[in-house]
Write a protein that binds this ligand. Structure first.
Ligand SMILES: NC(=O)c1ccc[n+]([C@@H]2O[C@H](COP(=O)([O-])OP(=O)(O)OC[C@H]3O[C@@H](n4cnc5c(N)ncnc54)[C@H](OP(=O)(O)O)[C@@H]3O)[C@@H](O)[C@H]2O)c1
Length: 251
């Protein structure tokens, strides 16, 4: 199978690393811009002369251009029935793409595709898309495009989580702890927190309650965060991102 990538920038670089790392036998074809030459040299991939050649040769095409460039990037190319396009362009609704012979799927990978650890939502659930996405981490099929838009907010939450890790590491360093140790400790603590919630059947409230000793340090910190407006600020940030995504999808 041949996988073509139109738009070889930051996210595509992470996806290519993950695809290569997953060890599949698919051929990867790149569109000729951005990081294409560099990545082709690194991994021994083909760079096509133009997007026409890429669409002629590929079975699945990943569209990873900036959102404003996405609809036009599919125009005027030799699409055929049986091909699948996976658009990873945030906020670009299916209705904004031109009508083409290939089926279009939306997906929202994280840069953790690079280490095959991206939980990736996608819609609609087409087997060819599921197969490719599952090489990048857990593939999560959604039932509607509205739900996909809500779930896309998680791509921003991923960045906020990294920023909280960073802040905690810097705080520890400034209070005398070794920065490298703090980086491993805090990052792996976030992995542990996530795994406990993802892998336990218990309600989330129960899992949290089990670790909040009355009068203890977790309770103290949660109450300080509450006084400083953390829960409200977090919800407001999620609302702002969803509003941006849904406005973009309607324009
Ligand atoms: N970065 C992330 O972590 C992330 C996560 C989830 C989803 N996304 C989505 O992924 C998409 C790409 O994001 P990015 O951060 O990777 O952007 P980026 O680094 O700017 O990469 C986009 C690339 O697309 C190229 N391009 C634009 N139009 C093209 C065309 N018609 N044919 C071939 N190449 C074309 C650009 O080339 P030029 O520079 O020459 O214009 C650029 O190299 C966005 O839609 C974003 O919403 C990103």
């Amino acid at each position: 199978m041949a996988i073509g990538i139109v738009g070889v920038g930051h996210l595509a670089a992470a996806m290519i690393a993950g695809l290569v790392r997953s060890g599949g036998d698919s051929r990867i074809l790149l569109s000729p811009r951005g990081k294409a030459r560099e990545l082709a040299g690194l991994y021994g991939l083909d760079v096509c002369a133009d997007n026409r050649e890429l669409v002629e040769r590929a079975d699945i095409v990943i569209l990873a251009v900036r959102p404003a460039d996405a609809p036009a990037a599919l125009e005027g190319l030799p699409w055929r029935a049986g091909q699948v396009v996976i658009s990873v362009c945030a906020g670009v609704a299916l209705s904004q793409f031109p009508k083409i012979a290939a089926r279009i799927v939306r997906a929202m990978p994280l840069t953790a595709t690079e280490i095959n650890a991206s939980p990736t939502v996608f819609y609609p659930d087409i087997p060819e898309a599921r197969g490719l996405i599952s090489h990048l981490g857990p593939a999560i099929a959604l039932g509607s495009e509205d739900e996909f838009e809500v779930a896309t907010v998680n791509a921003a939450i991923y960045g906020w989580a990294q920023d909280i890790v960073r802040q905690s590491v810097i705080w520890g360093r400034d209070h005398g702890a070794d920065e490298g140790m703090m980086r491993q400790l805090v990052a792996r603590t976030f992995v542990a927190a996530g795994r406990m919630i993802a892998e336990s059947p218990e309600p989330m409230e129960r899992i949290l309650k089990d670790l909040v000793t009355p009068g203890g340090i977790t309770e103290l910190g949660l109450s300080v965060l509450d006084q400083h407006g953390q829960p409200a600020a977090w919800q407001a940030a999620c609302d702002a991102v969803l509003a941006r995504l849904t406005t973009a999808a309607k324009t």
